[in-house]
Design a protein around this ligand. Structure first.
Ligand code: PMP
Length: 368
């Protein structure tokens, strides 16, 4: 008998399948609303000017080699990445309570975070579970199932208001067994583009603290959402400030346009240096068996940019170019629908939502 006769045929990934169909389609005015990747005015991928510059610097570095990185990644990269998300003046960093590990972009950070929870988090009698927003980035479900954590959902999007299902969200936070894990999108929620306000985040943090829950932050769009790196990190920093136990998954795919380089980090904020060291030792063991060492190129690029004041300034400009264009597109679409086409209905959500994603009526334009 055929060794693999019992392997069922899996369906292709719907978003990447759409990309293949898009590439094959000869229609000149085609538009791809699938993959969440930034495009310029000619619908072309955009290599950030600062990334071009950093690439030149790397290539001309006579000391560049191709040795292995440490298991937990390039130290100059992980430390700068932690300062970027948690704030350069973060007390948690100053107190040595943050463990940072380089990962295979945001997906790898989600995976490593989930794997770590699956191994070490003290779950209650309900077993290994995670609460995901309804809806969420579709890959979250598979990532947690892969490590034997059962995904549940909490209400997030209210189609009636095209906004946050705030009361129902809070209700689920309150009624979930204590010490539950909640996955939160740090900014530019995928796929709805709906984020809580600062006041709502504050209340969410209150309930999480009261109930002893754990916050699993996924941050794939820092800077990309509003053009402001600090503003987009606000919720994460506020939670750290309030002492909410948490981890953060960080991606440089979108904000540095480094989709294919797979550069990201997992940051676990602990209560003591000693705990952070223990966590790091276990994350190293997990990373070693899975990837042994992370890839170097993307981390070197991002490290150059984050650790050089001038390049960092240029990166912020590039981020504003991208975020500014997305915001301008939203304004123009809103203007065309309302003023020009006089389309019935209210289209304000198009300008109120943030990032690349949006819900128009019940159509979801979703994304990688
Ligand atoms: N989390 C969310 C919410 C995302 O939207 C994405 C990418 N679309 C990711 C994580 C991971 O992306 P990457 O692995 O390319 O960094």
């Amino acid at each position: 008998a055929d060794t693999w006769s019992s392997v069922p045929l899996a369906p292709p990934d719907s978003i990447f399948k759409l990309t293949a169909a898009y590439k094959a389609d000869p229609f000149p005015q085609k538009v791809n609303l699938g993959v969440g990747a930034y495009r310029d005015d000619d619908s072309k991928p955009w290599v950030l000017p600062v990334v071009k510059k950093a690439t030149e610097l790397l290539l001309n570095d006579p000391n560049l080699d191709h040795e292995y990185l440490p298991i937990t990644g390039l130290p100059e990269f992980t430390s700068a990445a932690a300062r970027l998300i948690l704030g350069a003046d973060s007390p948690a960093i100053a107190e040595g309570r943050v463990t940072s590990v380089q990962t295979i972009s945001g997906t790898g950070a989600n995976h490593l975070g989930a794997l770590f929870l699956s191994r070490f988090y003290e779950y209650g009698p309900a077993g290994k579970q995670v609460y995901l927003s309804d809806p969420t980035w579709i890959n979250h479900f598979a990532i947690f199932r892969n490590v034997q954590i059962e995904p549940l959902t909490y209400p997030y999007y209210d189609p009636k208001t095209i906004g946050l299902a705030y009361d129902a969200f809070l209700e689920t936070l309150s009624s979930a067994p204590s010490r539950s894990v909640f996955l939160l999108h740090a900014c530019a929620h995928n796929p709805t583009g709906v984020d809580p306000t600062k006041e709502q985040w504050g209340k969410i943090a209150d309930v999480i603290l009261e109930k002893g829950h754990y916050a699993f932050f996924d941050c794939a769009y820092q800077g990309f959402a509003s053009g402001d790196l600090e503003g987009d990190a606000w919720a994460v920093r506020e939670f750290v400030k309030r002492g909410v136990p948490l981890l953060v998954c960080q991606s440089f795919a979108k904000n540095a346009g480094l989709y294919g380089e797979r550069v990201g980090a997992l940051h676990v904020v602990a209560t003591t240096t000693e705990a952070a060291n223990r966590i790091k030792s276990q994350l190293s063991v997990l990373a070693r068996s899975e990837i042994s060492n992370p890839p170097a190129h993307g981390a070197r690029l991002v490290s150059l940019i984050l650790n050089d004041e001038k390049l960092f300034g240029e990166w912020k400009q590039d981020i504003q170019t991208m975020a500014g264009r997305i915001i301008a597109m939203r304004k123009e679409l809103h203007r065309l629908l309302t003023e020009e086409l006089k389309t019935p209905g209210n289209w304000d959500h198009i300008v109120n939502q943030i990032g690349m994603f949006r819900c128009v009526f019940s159509f979801l334009f979703v994304l990688v």
